[in-house]
Design a protein around this ligand. Structure first.
Ligand SMILES: Cc1ncc(COP(=O)(O)O)c(C=O)c1O
Length: 374
């Protein structure tokens, strides 16, 4: 039999679909005002300190970046009381997920996770031929930790938990995390993806992974969300130095770029910008939930910078998405997450959310005639 150029498990993958870009929509519809509420970015923009650091760094881009990223790692060590050997940096937290699957996951090994969780990781796991075991959620959209624990076998290499989860905005509690860890054997790595950590950390029962020291847990965090620099790609992971040391062996040496390292350093130091971001998120979240509830929707309680709600059908989700586009508002239908009867709305600025509310007022009469409420 002739050998194939591309393995079956790669051929079967689908290319990741990002949120619709602002320029594209403006061009397509001839609109000038666009509110992108589709990718859970920071609506306030990057921190001024990040911009200053990145601008200064432009004069040095003829040099390769510091492959040990001393400045950024030291800042993280100071903040979290860690050693540099416990930290890895990458092109976004997804970059580090790429190192994890490359270093630790082999074809046919199992990954246990929840249904409808962050697609980026699922694609990466499949890209190395791993077997995905996706456990149904509970009726309140939360991960079913007990059912996940039952799915762990001697062949389970990774348990992946997005905490909080995207796209539902739910989280596993301290109690649930403790339960899970009691059932995870030492040959299984737990990935705690804390991309939305800064938004969730205030919840009393949220298990901040920095307070635990398990040898087989890797935490991932990012500068893409609350820190507002998704465009330059920088994330960090921490864990036992044995795991982190092995990740460094498969890491591309000059990731993240110089600009990303400097931007992340600036953003990390800019507490006022982080506070503004969290304050805006809190206020806009409440206003948006109140608006949606008054309109008869039942948003899933979220501890993040986005809100997901059930429309009832794929047709209803696509109607809402397409009609809002006509008014310059981009939300995210969730077909790719296998939740086609849901949409996700990222929290924007006050002005962007006003734009969303106004567009909804225009769109809802037509929507109601066709679909009503579930
Ligand atoms: C749960 C989760 N993890 C990771 C990421 C990727 O973030 P990064 O930009 O750091 O690669 C996202 C992005 O949306 C996410 O929602």
């Amino acid at each position: 039999m002739q050998k194939k150029l591309v393995p079956d498990y790669i051929e079967k993958l689908e290319v990741y679909q990002a949120g619709k870009p602002i320029d594209e929509l403006a061009r397509e519809k001839g609109l000038t005002k666009i509110s992108k509420l589709a990718s859970n970015e920071n609506p306030l923009g990057p921190s001024p300190m990040a911009i200053r650091e990145m601008t200064n760094a432009l004069w040095d881009v003829h040099r390769y970046p510091d492959m040990f990223a001393h400045q950024l790692k030291n800042a993280l060590c100071e903040l979290y009381n860690l050693k540099p050997a416990n930290i890895i940096l990458g092109n976004g937290s997804e970059g580090i997920m790429g190192y994890i699957v490359r270093a630790f996951l082999q074809p046919n090994e199992e990954v246990v996770t929840s249904e409808n969780t962050f697609i980026g990781f699922l694609i990466l796991a499949k890209s190395v031929g791993a077997k995905l075991i996706q456990v149904p959620r509970k009726s309140d959209y939360k991960y079913d930790v007990e059912a996940m624990a039952k799915k762990i076998t001697p062949n389970t290499k990774i348990v992946y938990i997005a905490n909080p989860d995207n796209p539902t905005g739910t989280y596993i509690t301290k109690e649930e995390f403790d339960y899970l860890m009691k059932h995870v054997p030492s040959h299984t790595i737990v990935i705690l993806d804390e991309a939305y950590f800064e938004f969730a950390r205030e919840c009393w029962d949220y298990p901040d992974s920095m307070n635990y020291r398990y040898d087989n847990v890797i935490t991932l965090r990012t500068f893409s969300k609350a820190f507002g620099i998704s465009g330059v790609r920088c994330g960090y992971g921490f864990g036992h130095e044995y795991l982190i040391g092995n990740l460094h062996k498969v890491k591309l040496p000059f990731e993240p770029s110089l600009i990303a390292q400097k931007g992340a350093y600036g953003a990390l130091k800019d507490y006022p910008h982080l506070k503004r971001t969290l304050d805006n998120n809190k206020k806009r979240y409440t206003e948006t939930v109140n608006f949606l509830t008054a309109k008869g929707f039942k948003p899933i309680p979220s501890v993040t910078n986005f809100i997901t709600l059930k429309t009832g059908s794929e047709e209803a989700s696509m109607y809402l998405f397409n009609e809002l586009l006509n008014y310059g508002v981009i939300i995210r239908p969730l077909k790719a997450n296998l939740m086609p009867d849901h949409v996700r709305i990222s929290i924007g600025t006050k002005d962007e959310m006003k734009h969303f509310f106004e567009a909804m007022e225009e769109v809802l009469p037509g929507y109601d005639k066709k679909f009503g409420r579930i």
